[in-house]
Design a binder for this molecule. Structure first.
Ligand SMILES: [Zn+2]
Length: 282
């Protein structure tokens, strides 16, 4: 990757201008990435598509976050079938916009037992492999994301497993979700290095194409509660984690090409700028 990539998920709350001027605003803060949040479906208006085309490959890097209802691991066959055809639409949309990364949640609605989870992951892997054999993927790659709740699919092991078994899948490592679903597992730089090294040894060919989500998070005994505002503490006063300084210095130490999206609550651009500035510092 020729350049470091740092940006935001969705239009930042603090941005009040027009969509077409958003990218200059981001650039003013040194940011060059935008994750399109297709929360309610793989639909982008013609106007926006035109604006995206103008900026794509012209200094801005776009990724697409799939709708939240995509669920290829569900026990409900109708949900899986609908998710399957939705994903096809998403891949066509990404191809038409020259976007190479689609982020999706592995889902839920499975039986939350070790056997139930294995079954759900097997079903997801079969569905993804069927999907990618039926459609020309071009440059598009699918990124299953770490889930934030203990019950949701998408533990680190499950994401690694999916990426091992699906040629077109690459890991989306949301380090805040990982911290939350493991009830506060990332407390030192070594904790981050251990996670990343685990991915490196399991997926050596995919390691340099990891997609990151990074911000701090509030969690409880079931995992994720909410994303924190950049720099704010948890409700009980504990400092928000994972530590972004440790995260950035880990990326540098492992010489990873960073494609990092901030999902900090109402402050995505502040989180992204903070991490980018750190990255540029020696
Ligand atoms: Zn997500």
């Amino acid at each position: 990757m020729e350049k470091e990539i740092f940006g935001v998920a969705g239009v930042p709350t603090n941005y009040k201008g027009k969509f077409k001027d958003l990218f200059a605003w981001l650039k003013g803060m040194g940011l060059n990435a935008f994750e399109i949040q297709c929360t309610y479906g793989f639909k982008i208006s013609e106007d926006r598509q035109q604006i995206i085309r103008e900026h794509n490959n012209n200094g801005v890097f776009f990724s697409i976050h799939a709708p939240y209802y995509i669920n290829l691991g569900s026990l409900n066959k109708a949900v899986v079938d609908r998710s399957f055809s939705n994903m096809k639409e998403g891949i066509s949309l990404a191809k038409s916009l020259n976007i190479t990364r689609i982020i999706f949640h592995p889902g839920g609605g499975h039986e939350n037992t070790p056997e139930g989870r294995v079954k759900a992951i097997n079903q997801l892997v079969d569905a993804v492999n069927k999907l990618t054999s039926e459609i020309d993927m071009g440059e598009v790659r699918l990124y299953p994301e770490i889930g934030g709740k203990t019950a949701s699919l998408g533990s680190l092991d499950e994401i690694i497993d999916i990426c091992k078994r699906c040629k077109y899948c690459y890991p989306c490592i949301d380090i805040a979700h990982l911290h939350a679903r493991e009830i506060g597992s990332i407390n030192t730089k070594q904790d981050i290095l251990d996670k990343l090294n685990k991915i490196k040894s399991a997926l050596p060919d995919k390691f340099d194409k990891i997609h990151f989500h990074a911000y701090t998070i509030e969690y409880g005994d079931k995992g994720e509660i909410k994303h924190l505002y950049h720099g704010k503490n948890m409700a009980d006063g504990r400092v928000g984690k994972p530590n972004l300084d440790d995260f950035i210095s880990s990326l540098k130490e492992l010489k990873l090409s960073p494609w990092v999206i901030s999902e900090a609550l109402d402050s995505q651009e502040l989180g992204a700028k903070y991490m980018h500035d750190l990255y540029l510092k020696n």
